[in-house]
Design a protein around this ligand. Structure first.
Ligand SMILES: [Fe+2]
Ligand SMILES: [Fe+2]
Length: 279
């Protein structure tokens, strides 16, 4: 996780995950585990390992460009590569930071990290097809900031990272994919398909562990979610939502109804504000 070079990091994560899979296939001696769950590690000062570029800027200062131009698509692909690079760090952070969880927790998040490394490598290659590299455009640090904010509690981490950030990716993916297709960039659209397929799995893993931890702490998952979203200042969820993907990622109907109701309330609030401004 401290590795700064994105490609070296991605390759190392894939290799580490491969080792774990090999060991699991060979079988471990009875009672032995590949994970030392009780081992609490201290945070090194240089987390997360990341390259000197991209330059990190305020989200507001990032430009949006039309996807009908190659330049616009490059900026989009770069933004997606940045998300995937951060996602490697976020998944690895879940693996090392939280002690005393079941072995399956660590195996799940290492698998997620490996898939994020794969997503990053696909986008990195696609950027190269356009003559660009990761680091060529500025980016924001919002994902890592949420990772840091939730570093003290694994339940908050599960609530905000997979169930908010990664779930937002499920919503964002279909319209972006459609615009890439419309612009004739089928190769990039195909990458979005792979990412969406895998991200449903990441959110499902997040939902599984969120519920598991709620149960272990005797918490109702719905009430716990609302409390954590308020306590940790979760980013507001705005529609349109990809309900189908969210459902297959394990959100239940009550959660989807809450999401839709919050979005409707936010929409009517901003309509009322606009109306007041016009008067
Ligand atoms: Fe990803
Ligand atoms: Fe992910």
């Amino acid at each position: 996780m401290r590795e700064r070079d994105p490609l070296t990091k991605a390759d190392a994560v894939l290799a580490l995950h491969g080792k774990v899979l090999d060991a699991a296939a060979q079988g471990t001696p009875q009672g032995a585990t590949q994970w030392q769950a009780s081992c609490a590690l201290l945070a090194p000062a240089d987390l997360p390992g990341r390259p000197a570029r991209p330059e990190l800027v305020e989200p507001r200062s990032l430009q949006r460009r039309s996807m009908s131009t190659p330049q616009g698509r490059v900026v989009l692909l770069h933004a997606l590569a940045h998300i995937e690079f951060n996602a490697i760090n976020l998944a690895l952070d879940a693996v090392w930071r939280f002690a005393n969880l079941p072995d399956a927790f660590y195996a799940d998040w290492l698998k997620v990290a490996a898939e994020e490394a794969y997503h990053f490598s696909l986008l990195r290659q696609r950027l190269a097809d356009y003559g660009h590299a990761y680091g060529d455009f500025p980016a924001h640090n919002g994902l890592w900031e949420i990772c840091e904010r939730t570093s003290g509690d694994v339940l908050a981490r599960m609530a905000l990272v997979p169930r908010v950030l990664e779930a937002r990716g499920l919503d964002a993916s279909p319209p972006i994919r459609a615009r890439l297709k419309q612009a004739g960039d089928d190769e990039s659209a195909a990458i979005l398909d792979i990412i969406l397929r895998d991200e449903v799995g990441h959110v499902r893993i997040g939902n599984y562990w969120f519920r598991h931890l709620c149960e272990a702490r005797g918490l109702d998952p719905h009430a716990a979610w609302l409390a954590l979203a308020a306590q940790y200042d979760a980013p507001r969820m705005r529609g349109p939502f990809n309900f189908e993907a969210r459902r297959s990622a394990g959100f239940d109907q009550a959660e989807l109804d809450t999401l839709a109701a919050q979005d409707a309330a936010a929409a009517s609030e901003s309509a009322a504000r606009r109306g007041a401004e016009e008067k």
